[in-house]
Design a protein around this ligand. Structure first.
Ligand SMILES: C[S@@+](CC[C@H](N)C(=O)[O-])C[C@H]1O[C@@H](n2cnc3c(N)ncnc32)[C@H](O)[C@@H]1O
Length: 307
């Protein structure tokens, strides 16, 4: 959008917000306070007669709205399960442009790619503990943004890369051309495939970058259970670190929104999904400021030493 137009729209939005604030301030403050007092249930600090009615009505409305929102999220997920599968299938929207690249263009694209993992390696080296010679596994590696970073930084390390999209894996195998790279087409949502790749890689470190949020089934509860099991499976190996890079939701929440015709934007509370994982501890970290893209965060799980 042109900057001048964007500035005009922003100031229009701010004026609208200020006007809305003036109109609704007293009313919203009174209403929220009555809800608060109803929930407090104190014998000394009580809502007014009308306030008690309004507060109870607001609480009832909240329960209905939460039920409706949960049902709408589940319906959205169910509708998008086949759509996201097609999005990342060969020829789908996700990697539609790869097939038309000649060797030179493919190489240039690979070299140009920025790594989402890089800022976290720079900012949290002691937490991640990556060393040259150790083995890495990138689940949902795409066209190898992070694989390239790992192969360059750790030249004697073996990097295993799994993706469900055969075009992305074909592209990566073609352009990376490293004796230290092992590629595989498969879904890490499939338990047998995940077990097999974890067994074969015997990885010291696992990376899941903007890929966990693309996995879902037909309900929020089911999706959370699936991801919990998946992360449990990864940390039950001898892996020393796991990094999940994505945008996250607040504690206990999963946010579901349509991003495009064929893909949802999901944000989970990944930290809680790793809360009860034995043998390690999970840390929530922000992408450091100089790299921009402030939405990107990471949960870094590290195995505790047993000395
Ligand atoms: C948004 S891209 C992220 C790519 C890369 N990790 C990055 O950080 O740029 C999501 C990737 O996850 C892959 N993916 C989606 N579902 C998958 C699944 N079930 N198993 C393996 N890969 C999957 C997609 O094909 C896609 O390459």
């Amino acid at each position: 959008m042109v900057v001048a137009v964007e500035e005009r729209l922003t100031s229009l939005g701010r004026a609208w917000g200020r006007a809305g604030f003036r109109v609704g301030f007293w009313w919203r403050r009174w209403w929220a306070d009555q809800v608060f007092l109803v929930q407090l249930g104190s014998s000394s600090l009580r809502p007014s007669g009308l306030g008690a009615l309004a507060g109870r009505a607001a609480l009832a409305r909240r329960v209905v709205r939460e039920g409706a929102a949960a049902a709408a999220d589940d319906a959205l997920l169910a509708a998008y399960v086949p759509l996201v599968a097609a999005h990342y299938a060969p020829g789908g929207r996700g990697y539609a442009t790869l097939a038309s690249l000649d060797a030179e263009q493919a190489r240039a694209r690979y070299e140009r790619q920025g790594s989402r993992l890089r800022p976290f390696i720079d900012a949290y080296p002691h937490l991640l503990g990556y060393r040259d010679g150790e083995t890495f596994l990138d689940l949902g590696c795409g066209t190898g943004q992070n694989v390239r970073e790992l192969l360059t930084r750790f030249p004697t390390s073996t990097v295993h890369a799994l993706d469900v999209n055969a075009d992305a894996i074909g592209f990566l195998a073609r352009v990376a051309a490293s004796p230290h790279l092992r590629t595989q087409v498969g879904s890490f949502a499939d338990d047998a495939t995940l077990r097999a790749v974890l067994d074969a890689a015997e990885a010291d470190h696992v990376v899941i970058s903007h890929a966990l949020s693309t996995l879902y089934c037909d309900s929020v509860t089911g999706t959370r259970a699936m991801l919990h099991a998946l992360l449990g499976r990864v940390t039950a190996t001898h892996v020393r670190s796991l990094i999940v890079i994505d945008s996250f939701a607040s504690r206990g929440r999963t946010a579901v929104a349509i991003e495009q015709r064929t893909r949802l934007r999901l944000a989970h509370d990944v930290l809680s999904l790793l809360d009860d994982t034995p043998g390690g501890r999970a840390h929530l970290v922000n992408q450091p400021a100089p790299y921009g893209s402030p939405g990107s965060q990471a949960v870094i799980w590290t195995r505790l030493r047993t000395t």
